[in-house]
Design a protein around this ligand. Sequence first.
Ligand code: SF4
Length: 453
Amino acid sequence: MNSSNKVIKFQSLTEKIGRFDLKDKIFLIPQMNRIGSHLLAATFRGFGIHAKVMYTCKGLELGQEYTSGKECYPCQITMGDILYYMKNEKERLGDSFNPENYIYFMPEADGPCRFGMYNKYQRIVLDSIPELNKLKIGSLSTEDGYSLDGIIDKRHVRELRKTAYFSVVIADVLDRLLWRIRPYEKEPGVTDEFIERSMHIMEEVFQECGPKKDFDKILDRLEVIIREGKGIIDPDIPKKPLIGIVGEIYLRTHVQANQDIIRVLERYGAEVLNASIAEWVNYTTYDKLRDARIGFWLNLKKLRLGKVKEHFNKILDFGIELLYQEFKQKQVYRRVRSLIDLSGDHKIAHLENILREEDLFNFDIGTEACLSIPGIVEYVREKFNGVVNVYPFTCMPSTITSAISRPLMTKYKVPYLDTPYDSSTQPGREAAIRTFMYQADQHFKRNGRKMKD
Ligand code: SF4
């Protein structure tokens, strides 16, 4: 890098990160949870956007080359994913390669942790590479509840938003189906093959039915998949200890990053339930509604009527949005649970109430600790046999979760395990999981398992 490349142009952070029109662009989506990313891309494609899911972790070495090691692990992985993808595109297309044809998707969150800085940091790296400095970063933020305004034709924003949310819920259901069936499969490997096939079927369904908002047809197809999936379960395999996962959203859902922890737990005798992605989406809407309510009352006290009106409108917008999300999610789970015993999701207001009742944490602080801590309490109340907290090494919210939850789990006498990850392999990790599963099995033998079976 020559010295002129080291100059950070802050203008670039506003001009080349943000919401850009996706028309005629290739929209590159990083792979977090595999199914969710693919259904989201299919939804975008249905609306005429050329969306692609990037392969993941293949460029980890590049990610490491362009980071110092102090960044969160997901930042390193996604950095590598985009650099590797663009390197391959450049090799494939030769002289016709043009970085301006792509928009790289990297959302952000406000609040006290580093997620809001990933796209800034990645912008600085891209700016330092002459052939990539024109690649724009498409960013949605929790600040405005992941608004999609400006990225497609105004007339379709609402439909896209609703269908994208629906795809998140359906992806959660497919993931839950995998975790429900795989520990009890008749033949090893069939569930993975079945879920992969089902994901591709649902991609086609979303592409076709998403823009028409034909959610009934999507659910009809899901129903066929669930019926087929039930046939994979061997009814003679007895129920296993039930383990709940909480933690940082990227790590707990990115199979390569978490070294396939769910499969490892299953290998030692568990049935696992991971916290969902829709929970995070609902949380961001809930949090915006909560902020608007606080702003409304503060401004009312000071008689700032313009601000009162502004916050009132936000309360309406986010309130309607949250109601819609919760209604849709409930509708899907109601239909799914009439066919198979999958766990549903909790309302975010319920999770906040748990924190208040138990005086453990506060939504004013924000971050995923708001979900993980009450999520753990809820797992305990529902008689799970153990809880695992999955997160990137040095992750702030998950370290808070660990500090609060460890003593709590000792009090509840429920096995608990912290599993921080980076790109290295911890030699004692497998032994720790095995020991944890031994404890969970003892808990299961003494107490049985989840009440709602
Ligand atoms: S949640 Fe954790 S891993 Fe993600 S940005 Fe914040 S500190 Fe980093």
